[in-house]
Design a protein. Structure first.
Ligand code: GAP
Length: 453
């Protein structure tokens, strides 16, 4: 099967045209770095979340889920080092005062301000003006709780979901009677005041993360780190069906790692704008639990039942952005080919991911006997597969093109022969081939095809 690498414009325009992703508050001109998911985007995003949760939580007997609040006691973010250190290097155009990510203008993965100043010394801004000195810009978004907007009431919107996992370490360990090693997983929103949100939903200011923190004995750190790197790689290929050729590894250098990380490996995906970070595995050592223990006064050490050894657990973290994963599967699925002499765009989603599982059409919408039978088939499939569409708009060729563009694996058409022998045609998205089968066999056929293995 062929595959065409789309441009970002291909993905943005298909997303808008077909209802995957819209600019947020679009009728007011939008807001940079914020997006809304449309009817198909939310189905795709829910499918991704569910597959991740199944693999991360349900398939394991020692990973537990939580859903923490977005706003926490601000002491959490002081102890975690985010208030002081969650910053990106920023540089300003001295004429327009537009602000840019200094590392991006310099074309390096670095947060070292001296190195960036040197690299940018003779560079101009994208508008051709001189640049100021690079400096650090904190990305924490803040607001106030209660009626008085003073420093005592200042709180932060979480910049990563991990925070409430560390603060719930004891709660989960005790309530689930968990022994090391065990993990805590969470899916939820996080907020970052990105200096230059860009590349559609790749870098946004309101994002959704899928994270898991795995608490271990420090002596196991290398082995467990490798296991979680492998987990991420396998999930993308075997569960989501992403092409291996679109993936690569990137190890963080010394000036690139987050303030809490001792080691970090990203899986890069070949996005329309080039290979970029999709999924990070980090060794956070005992950085978080040690700092939270100090700041809260709680004992967060662990005592091994058998050996009696007492230590602060290390944490290996697996962290991926849901929006980036959605952009990756859309890029990976995008294809152009020719069917019956006509060009089409086809989203070759793994059927498990497809936002719409099947579309049902009467061949002609003005023949009540065709419409009646088609409505029965539609009701039957909808009750079993949920995300099934009724489509009687335009001629049958147009309907197929429309379903191809949203990646619907199967189209079912009720024609005159259906009235004679209770059969329908089942069209396969990828091959565009049609087969005739009895209505009684339809559910079973779809069930097998939609497993997508
Ligand atoms: N808890 C670790 C952590 O947050 P990170 O590398 O800053 O690490 C993890 O973020 C993942 O979250 C990234 O690999 C990426 O998929 C996603 N992500 C981070 N910043 C993002 C942004 N501004 N927009 C969209 N996704 C983002």
């Amino acid at each position: 099967m062929s595959s065409t690498k789309p441009t970002m414009e291909d993905i943005v325009s298909l997303s808008k045209r077909r209802g995957f992703v819209f600019q947020s508050s679009e009728i007011y001109g939008g807001l940079s770095g914020f997006y809304d998911y449309g009817p198909l985007g939310i189905e795709l995003s829910n499918n991704l979340k569910q597959l991740w949760w199944d693999a991360m939580v349900h398939a394991k007997d020692n990973v537990f889920g939580v859903d923490g609040a977005i706003i926490q006691n601000p002491m959490l973010w002081q102890a975690s080092g985010h208030v002081a250190g969650f910053a990106d290097p920023m540089v300003e155009d001295t004429v327009t005062h537009k602000r840019y990510r200094a590392d991006q203008l310099a074309g390096v993965d670095s947060t070292d301000l001296t190195e960036l100043a040197k690299l940018l010394e003779h560079k101009k801004s994208p508008d051709g003006n001189p640049l100021g000195k690079p400096r650090s810009f904190n990305m924490m978004m803040q607001t106030w709780v209660g009626p008085i907007e003073d420093d005592a009431a200042k709180v932060y919107l979480r910049p990563e979901t991990a925070g409430s996992i560390f603060t719930n370490y004891l709660n989960v360990k005790d309530t689930m009677r968990a022994k090391l090693p065990f993990g805590i997983a969470q899916v939820g929103k996080a907020f970052r005041n990105e200096i230059s949100p860009r590349d559609f939903i790749f870098r946004v200011r309101e994002l959704e993360q899928m994270e898991m923190q795995y608490f271990i004995n420090p002596k196991d750190q290398e082995k467990v780190y490798e296991e979680w790197r492998q987990f991420a790689w396998n999930f993308l290929i075997s569960t989501l069906g992403i092409k291996e050729s679109n993936l690569s590894w990137h190890e963080h250098g010394d000036t690139e790692r987050a303030h809490y990380a001792k080691a970090a490996h990203d899986i890069y995906f070949n996005f329309p704008q080039g290979p970029k970070e999709l999924w990070g595995t980090h060794n956070r050592s005992d950085f978080d639990l040690t700092n939270h223990a100090k700041a809260s006064g709680k004992d967060l050490t662990y005592t091994d039942d058998k050996s009696g050894e007492q230590f602060t657990p290390y944490v290996i973290e697996s962290s991926v952005g849901l929006g980036r994963m959605l952009l990756a599967v859309m890029t990976d699925a995008f294809d152009r080919d020719e069917v019956g002499g006509e060009q089409r765009i086809v989203m070759r989603f793994n059927p498990k991911l497809a936002p719409v599982k099947a579309a049902v059409s009467p061949l002609l919408k003005n023949k009540p006997e065709l419409v009646d039978l088609a409505r029965k088939v539609y009701a039957q499939l909808k009750s079993e597969f949920g995300s099934v569409l009724w489509d009687d708009n335009g001629n049958i060729g147009k309907r197929y093109r429309r379903q191809d563009e949203i990646g619907t694996p199967y189209c079912i058409t009720i024609d005159f022969e259906s009235l004679d022998n209770n059969t329908v045609t089942l069209r396969d998205r990828d091959t565009a081939k049609q087969t005739r089968l009895s209505i009684d066999e339809l559910s079973q056929n779809l069930r097998e095809g939609l497993r997508g293995n």
